[in-house]
Design a protein around this ligand. Sequence first.
Ligand SMILES: Nc1ccn([C@@H]2O[C@H](COP(=O)(O)OP(=O)(O)OP(=O)(O)O)[C@@H](O)[C@H]2O)c(=O)n1
Length: 407
Amino acid sequence: MVNNRIELNKVFIDALPVLDKLNTAGFEAYFVGGSVRDALLGKEVNDVDIATSAFPLEVKHLFKKTIDVGIEHGTVMILSGNNSYEITTFRTESTYQDFRRPDSVTFVRSLKEDLKRRDFTINALAMDREGIIHDYFKGKEDLKSRLIKAVGIPDERFNEDALRMLRATRFASQLDFEIEENTVNAIKKHARLLEHIAMERIQIEFVKMLLGRSKNKGLIYFIETDLYVYCPGLDRQGLEGLINIEEDFENELQIWVSYLLLSSLKFNQHRGFLRSWKLSNKMIQDIEIVYNTIQERLHKQINVKTVYKVGINLSLETEKVLDLLGYPSNLGLVESTYNSLPIYSKKELAVSGSDLLKLTDHNAGKWLGDLLEQIEQAVLDKEIENDYSQILEWITDKQLIPEQKEI
Ligand SMILES: Nc1ccn([C@@H]2O[C@H](COP(=O)(O)OP(=O)(O)OP(=O)(O)O)[C@@H](O)[C@H]2O)c(=O)n1
């Protein structure tokens, strides 16, 4: 074990009274997991997880305000000042029958036992109230070598929770780390186990991977290990398309729209695909709006009437997805077409409905609407200018005014 002290930042300092209370009562208590990893990497830490040798009922006994968030797995939430913390009892996870979460946990008093059941060495680090790092599995060394490596035997870790395979690709992307060789090989071997995992959990990891700063690294592992094969509807073409996008994704909407545009999915398969990923109805609706708008632009943008109708007031998201996919020049074309339109609505026509009524003794009716539409089209097509006499001349030539009624 390598011990090293680091300077605690504010999030950790705020939580010290919690550790102190546990320590004073004779229990061990540590910061664990992502917060310790991120602190060592010099990254911003927003929340901390605490692990302790105290059993859940002992934790509940010590703190006034507690909530049982996952007490059967050893987690109790406590309220301290304005903050809340999840405190989890050291545990081992014994029988995993379904490759998802432990179906029975055993509480233990040893930190090392607890760290041993964690997914990767870089996540199996603990830090005490003095800032001393407790590192039983060479996690610090792997942080330095920028490696994601399973704790102990990779097969066992992935059999315990198959989602960890996807987490490996997510961390590769977020941290710009490589995945250690034995760990990658185990993922290749067990990729199929992903079939046992709830789509909601898969979706969260997949999106986090694509929002990571090294999405291509994550995606390459995701493809090479065949993990993608066991996610519904994904195809290699779409995923490779995502690799070719140079810009980073800023949000989930951009990811899904880009994927739909790049994959070989047919239009009538989109909704089923999005539903199978368990996206919310609101997200599916947003994706469809942006997707349809983009299609409109890509395929009909030089059609003056379309540009006229839809205008260019399209969402910022659309702009960004188009940008991501490398279509800026098309946008320019839509914009210049839009800017050179002679009119932007029927109201701007130099001839009004009442002007036209003066030319005949017929009452207003469908014919009037149709005529205005014909004039609008001719002006948009630049067949005539938007000028009173030119328009009258044009409708007279074409005999578009209804004849006088017979008396
Ligand atoms: N399938 C999982 C999920 C989590 N963990 C352990 O639980 C910790 C907390 O998990 P989580 O909050 O999901 O992830 P973090 O590592 O904290 O990363 P982040 O907060 O950036 O998502 C991890 O560090 C890891 O030690 C694990 O061993 N196996």
